[in-house]
Design a protein around this ligand. Structure first.
Ligand SMILES: NC(=O)c1ccc[n+]([C@@H]2O[C@H](COP(=O)([O-])OP(=O)(O)OC[C@H]3O[C@@H](n4cnc5c(N)ncnc54)[C@H](O)[C@@H]3O)[C@@H](O)[C@H]2O)c1
Length: 433
């Protein structure tokens, strides 16, 4: 059966006065059945399906089918048709985090995964096969030299984010990196400068900005009715951590970025910690911002991951919004007071029994089904945003400047906790900013 474009088929059908059957196929058996039937009937046929992953619609029912589909993804260049709208990327780091969160979250992003890399070649090989990259490498520079890439994603230790980003920028590549953007604010600042010099973008993986409920909170906080953001509370709890700098660098940094995302330029910082053992502490940081707003960050590695561990509360004027566990959002809008029905007055009874469209709280909870493609933790949306920004020439966010500011806040909070004194954010600049 020859393959022709649907335009050719439809033109012939119009001229010949007949119609053409179109089938959605979801299994290889269905595909076989409709092709055999069309051959038998000598009939043209249009087939629609997604030939990528099980969750995209093609149900794979046997091991041999699975192998067939996987081989198509990994080895057959003709099975991919990356258009101009796909960003050609390579990924450095195929460890736990990359494999659990980043590779799967790229599923619907406008990217063409060209190659992957890990110091441990078996991890690179596994992820290339699993996620359909064409080639895999052990050395990031070799991958950048040999492949025709537009951007690199780096998911490794902090030092590797810095090192690989430098190499990528010098080769004219854009960079998406996991947080933190280096081990120190000096490294982050160097990346700010290099990105400017090479006119390339770096997006830092502050995915909390992109969690659907947090995006909703941000949008609400910008409405005129909200009255401006006056205060923010952020809670983030984790298990006892091996060492103090690592918890700051790899976890608390999320809180610093999120506070800034809502409040703008920081001003003063005061922090203190209750310490259980070296590296195990509960920290409360109080930040003030140039616009007069304040934030309290309550971050700890004395609790546990497995309980609901994140809460965000943003306060405006007579209104506030709460995001629980990055998922459920409630917008409190100065609801009417509902007097007790014991008072037995007609107008009170009406207020008690009726929801007020304009003032009662609005709550949104994510629903787990195929039709609700929200970004619970923000991974999908942050990667989509990066690829879309680069492809369209728009500015990526959170960019490396945001990453640098988060690193400065981290240093300020750490120093305040150590000295017991309030510090000025401006004192933590590197170079001229
Ligand atoms: N945003 C989040 O929710 C979140 C959560 C967890 C981890 N992370 C981030 O993910 C990053 C990785 O964490 P992880 O738990 O996956 O660590 P990991 O150790 O499991 O993975 C890191 C991988 O990088 C590889 N690697 C190291 N140096 C390399 C190099 N020079 N070239 C190529 N590969 C190299 C290692 O072999 C390893 O496979 C960390 O920076 C962390 O901050 C983010």
């Amino acid at each position: 059966m020859p393959l022709v474009s649907s335009t050719t088929m439809l033109q012939a059908a119009r001229a010949g006065g007949y119609c053409i059957s179109a089938f959605n196929v979801h299994t290889l058996e269905m595909l076989q059945a409709v092709v055999e039937a069309a051959e038998e009937q000598q009939s043209p046929l249009i087939i629609q399906s997604t030939m990528g992953r099980e969750s995209d619609g093609l149900t794979i029912t046997s091991i041999s089918e699975r192998e067939e589909v996987e081989n198509m993804n990994v080895n057959d260049e003709s099975s991919r048709q990356p258009g101009n709208e796909e960003l050609r990327i390579g990924i450095v780091g195929c460890g736990v985090r990359a494999s659990i969160a980043i590779f799967p979250a790229l599923r619907n992003a406008p990217v063409d995964l060209v190659a992957v890399c890990d110091l441990d070649l078996s991890k690179a090989q596994y992820n290339a096969r699993k996620y359909g990259a064409r080639r895999y490498y052990q050395d990031a520079i070799e991958m950048m030299e040999k492949e025709d890439l537009q951007a690199i994603l780096v998911i490794g230790p902090a030092k590797v984010h810095y090192q690989v980003a430098k190499e990528a920028l010098q080769r004219g590549l854009h960079v998406w990196m996991e947080k933190p953007p280096g081990e120190t604010r000096e490294q982050a600042f160097e990346l700010v400068r290099l990105a400017e010099k090479h006119r390339r973008q770096i997006q830092v993986g502050f995915m909390m900005r992109f969690a659907t409920a947090n995006q909703m909170a941000k949008e609400i906080s910008q409405r005129p009715e909200f009255g401006g953001v006056k205060a923010l509370y952020f809670r983030y709890m984790a298990n006892p951590y091996p060492d103090h700098p690592a918890f700051y660098l790899y976890h608390c940094i999320h809180g610093f970025d999120l506070a800034r995302h809502f409040m703008g330029e920081p001003d003063k910082v005061f922090a203190r910690e209750a310490t259980a053992a070296p590296g195990q502490f509960h920290q409360q940081a109080s930040l003030s911002f140039v616009n007069g707003s304040i934030a309290t960050l309550d971050m700890s590695c004395l609790q546990e991951w497995t309980s609901p561990n994140v809460r965000l509360e943003v306060t405006g004027v007579g209104k506030h919004v709460i995001v629980e566990n990055s998922a459920e959002i409630t917008y409190y809008r100065n609801a009417p007071i509902r007097p007790s029905h014991a008072r037995d007055q007609a107008h009170f009874v009406e207020a008690v029994a009726r929801l007020d469209d304009s003032q009662d709280a609005l709550t949104w909870q994510p629903n787990q089904n195929w039709a609700t493609l929200y970004s619970y933790r923000g991974y999908e949306d942050e990667l989509n945003a990066f690829a879309s920004a680069i492809l369209s020439g728009n500015e990526a966010s959170a960019n490396i400047e945001d990453g640098y500011i988060a690193m400065k806040l981290l240093a300020a909070v750490e120093q305040s906790a150590q000295t017991g004194k309030e510090v000025s954010f401006a004192d933590f600049e590197v170079g001229d900013r």
